[in-house]
Each structure stands twice: as structure tokens, then as C-alpha cells.
Design a protein around this ligand. Structure first.
Ligand SMILES: NC(=O)c1ccc[n+]([C@@H]2O[C@H](COP(=O)([O-])OP(=O)(O)OC[C@H]3O[C@@H](n4cnc5c(N)ncnc54)[C@H](OP(=O)(O)O)[C@@H]3O)[C@@H](O)[C@H]2O)c1
Length: 283
């Protein structure tokens, strides 16, 4: 497989860590972000290209892929990482808030995959890793809209993983539990203070409870889970050593296990045997 990776949302968190890890391992890295002019840690270097890409802007997606191709050749791996979360009850999100979250968390990764897939099919293979969430496997109270967006990505990833298997394109979900990344969750937390007193009261108490339980479940050896765990799972996917669904972290493992979702791959294997042709014709 071509050793060029394009990663979205590299200004912080898992995206930045992944860009640095792929680069250390000798890959050509297109580290994309909305505001490359503000970036100080990732810089253009041998095998590292820092590019502007807003997942909600199809022209910027196309331009980043074109620049990557011109510099490194075809993209072999995509890490669809950009996204955002935030606490708040359903009524505390306006229609505009909901649509904005789906634009970034769902339609954004679709824009990126639409650009990547023809090239991967032409090359006879590739890998796409969608960074989803534990909240995409279970309906997380106080995070309903975020949960809905990540459920959409889990369903999309699962169906596409089966659809594209005969074409040699491997598609995965890595679903993190709670990790202390730079700004995760902070950007929409003001929603908790919106609406009438009843909503604010419930939402505030729910956030406190979820944060306390979440931190307890995600803490190992006295400190919060290491975001590097997510990057390690991304590499397992890229190496072809992972199932379609990859919960990350003890909290995600525990909750998804309690729901019986750890058996999902066995079901998908049966579905694949029933539905999916062995190999598809070349283009
Ligand atoms: N940390 C966790 O506990 C956790 C748990 C489950 C899932 N996740 C998922 O992990 C992924 C990465 O989050 P993180 O924890 O690393 O948080 P983070 O540090 O806040 O990083 C999010 C990244 O996404 C970028 N982004 C947001 N909107 C974008 C857009 N329209 N186009 C391109 N980039 C955009 C941000 O860029 P800007 O700098 O421009 O804002 C930032 O680089 C997300 O999909 C998130 O849902 C995180």
C-alpha cells in the first residue's frame, strides 16, 4: 500500500499525535487542519506537508488531496479524525447547532471519503480509519446530538467496510472513550446554560455526573487515559490487524462489552458471507 497518509483535524488532540506518529514511522504525511497559519508544532518538512482542510468545505477537501497527490503521489491511508463534541440536552441545541455538528462529524468525513475512494479503488486498495466515539455505540445521555452524529458514522463505516472489501479498500471505526485531548468537548459546553431553569438544572447535574463517572472509568494508574492508545489502534487498522469496530479505552471496552457489542464482528462475518461477493471487477 502507498505509504502516504492524509489526516484531518491535526491542529490538536488525536490528529496531531497521529500525524507525528506516522511521520516518525517513515510515512509521507499530509497533516491537514482548518487554520494552518496558526500551527506552530507541525511544520512542512521532509515527508510532512501541512495543509488547509475544512471538512465542511468540499473545495478545500479537493484542494488538499490535489496538493498531497502533487507532492507525494496517491493517498493510501486516510484518518478521518476531525470532529467535535459537547454536553447539552437535546432541547439545548438549536436546529442550527444540530446541523453544524452533523456537517462536521458526518458530512465532513463523507466529503473526505468521496475524494479518497476513487483513487484507492484505482490503486487496488487503501485504508480509511474513521475516528468515531464510544457515544456512537451507545446513546450517551447529555450528549444526544453528538451521539446521533457518531451513530451515523458507525453505521456508515460498518456498511462501507463490507461494501468496499471486494475492492480492496479497508474501512474501520476507532471509537474512543474519554481522553484528555486539548479542547475536546469545551467548544459547545456553553449549551448547558441555555434554555429554561429546568433544562439548565438537569443538564448541569448530568454533566457533573457523566464527567465524574467518565473520569473514574477512564483513569488508569491515577491518571486519565493516554491518547496515544487511540493512535496505536489506528496503526493496527492500517496494518490490517483490526476488526471493523475498535473501541478504545477501558471505559469504552467496559460499556460496549456490557451491551454485547463486542460480539458485533462475529455477526458481521456472517453478514459478509451472506451478502458480499468475493472480489469485484477492476475499473
Ligand atoms: N477526546 C475524547 O475523549 C474523544 C472521545 C470520543 C471521540 N473523540 C473524537 O476524536 C476526534 C478528535 O477529537 P480530539 O479529542 O482530538 O479533540 P480536539 O483536540 O478538539 O481535536 C479536534 C480536531 O478537529 C478539528 N476540526 C473541528 N472541526 C473541523 C472542521 N470543520 N474541519 C477540519 N477540522 C476540524 C479541530 O480543528 P480546529 O483547531 O480548527 O478547531 C481539531 O484539530 C473527534 O472526531 C472526536 O469526536 C474524542
Amino acid at each position: 500500500m502507498n505509504q502516504t497518509v492524509l489526516i484531518t483535524g491535526c491542529s490538536s488532540g488525536f490528529g496531531k499525535l497521529a500525524a507525528q506518529a506516522f511521520h516518525r514511522k517513515g510515512w509521507n504525511v499530509a497533516a491537514t487542519m482548518r487554520s494552518p497559519e496558526k500551527e506552530t508544532e507541525l511544520v512542512d518538512a521532509d515527508r510532512m506537508l501541512v495543509l488547509k482542510l475544512d471538512v465542511t468545505d468540499t473545495a478545500s477537501v479537493a484542494a488538499a488531496f490535489a496538493a498531497t497527490r502533487a507532492h507525494f503521489g496517491p493517498v493510501g491511508v486516510v484518518v478521518n479524525n476531525a470532529g467535535y463534541g459537547g454536553h447539552g440536552l437535546f432541547e439545548q441545541a438549536s436546529d442550527e447547532d444540530v446541523r453544524a455538528m452533523f456537517e462536521t462529524n458526518v458530512f465532513g468525513p463523507m466529503n473526505v471519503m468521496r475524494e479518497a475512494l476513487p483513487e484507492m479503488r484505482a490503486a487496488g486498495g487503501g485504508a480509511i480509519v474513521n475516528v468515531t466515539s464510544m457515544a456512537g455505540h451507545l446513546g450517551l445521555p447529555g450528549n444526544a446530538v453528538y451521539s446521533a452524529s457518531k451513530h451515523a458514522m458507525i453505521g456508515l463505516t460498518e456498511a462501507m467496510a463490507l461494501e468496499y472489501k471486494p475492492l480492496g479498500v479497508r474501512i474501520y471505526s476507532v471509537a474512543p472513550g474519554a481522553y484528555p485531548t486539548t479542547r475536546f468537548g469545551a467548544n459547545t459546553d456553553k449549551r448547558v446554560e441555555q434554555g429554561d431553569a429546568q433544562l439548565v438544572d438537569l443538564s448541569t447535574r448530568l454533566r457533573a455526573q457523566i464527567t465524574a463517572v467518565g473520569e473514574q472509568m477512564a483513569t488508569r494508574g491515577g491518571s486519565l487515559a493516554d491518547p496515544q492508545e487511540v493512535v496505536d489502534l489506528i496503526f493496527q487498522c492500517v496494518r490490517g490487524e483490526a476488526p471493523i469496530h475498535n473501541p478504545s479505552g477501558s471505559d469504552a471496552d467496559m460499556l460496549i462489552g456490557m451491551m454485547g457489542q463486542d460480539k458485533r464482528q462475529a455477526f458481521l462475518d456472517q453478514l459478509e458471507a451472506m451478502l458480499i461477493p468475493a472480489a469485484a471487477a477492476s475499473r
